[in-house]
Write a protein that binds this ligand. Structure first.
Ligand SMILES: [Zn+2]
Length: 175
């Protein structure tokens, strides 16, 4: 690492230890040329990206806002609050690890829809009809048809899965 005082390329680590919060490493360095000492802090770059709304405004990721949207979509649906927590957790994890500094609100909507499609089709359609502005009635009814086709396939699959888990001798299905 370059010396910030004389720009010499050669600096040497004289001490290295975990920072107080232990998520970072603090290093003490000494410049071989001018002898100045300085500290560096190395930490994982895990920051939530800014959300860019369709009107171009940037805002911080608001998990409680997303939670409210999910709860609205899942109202009176057989999905418990623990599952909502899991969805929120998975979305946050994706945002933390995506490596982007900003992300479009639309893309978050897509993440939510992908999650809901797996969990509850009715909630998915509710959310999608609000979030993804379907171009026209045809686009909306095409989506419904596609879902119905998927549900039929899904039922067959889950029947097979249920049978498999019975066969697996009471092993609870893993999440
Ligand atoms: Zn120096």
């Amino acid at each position: 690492m370059r010396c910030p005082f004389c720009q010499n390329d050669d600096t040497r680590v004289v001490d290295s230890r975990l920072a107080e919060d232990r998520d970072a490493v603090r290093r003490r360095r000494a410049c071989e040329a001018c002898g100045e000492r300085f500290s560096t802090l190395e930490e994982a770059n895990l920051k939530l990206p800014y959300i860019v709304k369709t009107n171009g405004d940037r805002e911080h990721y608001d998990e409680s806002k997303l939670a409210r949207g999910l709860e609205r979509a899942l109202e009176k649906r057989p999905v418990d609050s623990e599952e909502i927590e899991h969805i929120l957790h998975r979305i946050k994890h994706k945002l933390l690890t995506c490596g982007e500094r900003e992300i479009n609100a639309r893309d978050i909507g897509e993440l939510v829809m992908n999650e809901l499609r797996e969990v509850d089709q009715v909630a998915y359609v509710r959310f999608a009809s609000v979030y993804r502005s379907f171009q026209d009635v045809d686009a909306f009814s095409n989506e419904i048809k596609r879902l119905q086709a998927e549900t039929v396939r899904g039922r067959k699959a889950s029947r097979t899965k249920a049978q498999a888990s019975i066969n697996a001798n009471n092993t609870p299905p893993k999440r």
